[in-house]
Design a protein around this ligand. Structure first.
Ligand code: PLP
Length: 450
């Protein structure tokens, strides 16, 4: 048996051997690294025994909360029964197939099939190829270009990061790859100018139509967007936005891809974000809440429109991952969805804790440092403002967000900062008093800032 490593050594070992994702490499050191040891409900504990309320659900993913032994037991049972088999070459395993059925049962009438991946990033690569293959099979060889949005996040693989609209990511690795184009995002607070949110929603949606005209409809395969842009800062679109996007995709015959990696599995008080906004995607990548992060699994939900062509006309699809539909991950995801169903967590977000969170979170709008406090379900953003009246922002938005975030963490609540926006995305099981604690801690941090 391996000798257990004394906890006091972990920081030094980590500094010596572990390169972290999305971390400032200069700051990886023994003292600065937070080591999370255990978790229960919405709480996590670090190496010093300090407790935090995780109002970010890990990384937008622990929807059912921590410490669910049922999921651990389902994974354990599956590992004993069949720890691994591939799903290539016409093979499957029971939990993989049952999970596909379960996802389809919640996704909507035209979304009946799932292609499994290990992550949201791989789901991005998967639908990207699928969309191009779809048009090629139909004889539209030139329909290959994909339109995405500035400031979007769709993952860290080469296709995922290219589809994402984050320039600082593009600068590392010469991205985006050819064939991907970015249009504006519906970020009214920062970019809406004198327009009303409704007017602005229509204006940015129509950038899609302009981009299709520029590229030529015969060259465009798909448009991708998150129902609510998450990592970009919880950018909640005005009500006019999605109906117009949906209309344009239909009228111009391009596939609509709804990236449900964050919005899926209850976060907005609906099973999927597209249901909240009332549009029907052709492809929908998922991950995160699919297993509540207990094990890595993702996938692409595929509409009948696309699946019928692939099944009817393609033959082999030369794409897949060794662990696509991994039986242990699928068993964990099935148990996770069973908990969401049995405890009515989607309904809880829609009718109970979501409305409670809405009232508490939006109460921050009266704070003098807050430009807007917005949310849908349990996904919220607070915009920090230099001047509330004119919507003027601080010159160094990242610094402001980091200051407030660090203050919240020091006071025991994990929130995320994207630039000058403070983001919350707590587990769907968060209690009312834990919502109060989250909002109070953020309010105190904003008081401290002014
Ligand atoms: N798509 C969206 C909307 C995401 O937020 C993320 C991750 O944050 C991804 C895709 C990539 O998922 P993963 O980190 O599992 O590869």
């Amino acid at each position: 048996m391996n000798k257990p490593v004394a906890h006091s050594n972990l920081g030094a070992i980590d500094a010596a051997h572990h390169l972290h994702p999305f971390s400032d490499m200069k700051k990886l050191n023994a003292d600065g690294t937070r080591i999370i040891h255990r978790a229960e409900g919405v709480n996590i504990w670090d190496q010093n025994g300090k407790k935090y309320l995780d109002a970010f659900a890990g990384l937008w993913c622990v929807n059912v909360g921590y410490g669910r032994n049922e999921i651990a037991e389902a994974a354990y049972r599956q590992m004993q029964e069949l720890p691994y088999y591939n799903t290539f070459f016409g093979t499957t395993t029971p939990p993989t197939t049952l999970l596909a059925q379960k996802i389809a049962s919640h996704a909507g009438p035209t979304l009946n099939r799932v292609f499994f991946t290990n992550s949201g990033s791989e789901a991005s690569d998967t639908w990207f190829r699928m969309a191009r293959v779809y048009w090629k099979v139909l004889g539209h060889e030139t329909k290959t270009q994909v339109i995405a949005r500035k400031n979007a996040y769709h993952g860290s693989t080469v296709a995922g990061a290219s589809l994402g609209g984050m320039q600082w990511m593009h600068e590392q690795g010469n991205l985006p790859i050819p064939g991907i184009h970015h249009i504006g995002q519906p970020y009214w607070y920062a970019e809406g100018g004198d327009l009303s949110p409704e007017e602005f929603g229509l204006k940015v949606a129509r950038e899609l139509e302009a981009k299709i005209d520029e590229l030529g409809e015969e060259n465009v395969a798909a448009f991708v967007a998150e129902p609510i842009q998450g990592a970009g800062g919880v950018i909640i679109p005005p009500e006019t936005y999605w109906p117009e996007i949906s209309r344009i995709c239909k009228a111009r015959n391009i596939l609509l891809v709804s990236d449900e990696v964050i919005c899926g599995f209850g976060r907005l008080g609906s099973w999927f974000g597209h249901q909240h906004y009332g549009y029907e995607p052709d492809l929908a990548p998922v991950a995160k809440g699919l297993s509540s992060g207990y094990l890595p699994i993702g996938g692409v939900i595929v509409s009948d429109r696309v699946a019928d062509v692939m099944i009817g006309e393609l033959g082999d699809f030369y794409h897949g991952y060794t662990y696509s539909g991994h039986p242990v991950c699928a068993a964990a995801a099935l148990e996770n969805i069973r908990i969401i169903e049995e405890e009515g967590l989607v309904e809880r977000v829609r009718d109970d804790i979501g409305p409670y969170f809405t009232e508490a979170w939006r109460s921050l709008a009266d704070h003098e440092m807050v430009g807007e406090a917005v949310n849908v379900g349990l996904m919220g953003a607070v915009q920090i403002a230099a001047d509330k009246a004119t919507r003027r922002r601080f010159e160094k938005p990242d610094d402001i967000g980091t200051l407030v975030r660090n203050q919240c963490v020091a006071n025991g609540v994990i929130l995320r900062a994207t630039g000058d926006r403070m983001l919350a995305s707590p587990p769907l099981v968060i209690s009312r008093s834990e919502v109060d604690q989250t909002v109070e801690t953020l309010r105190n941090a904003l008081d401290w800032l002014k």
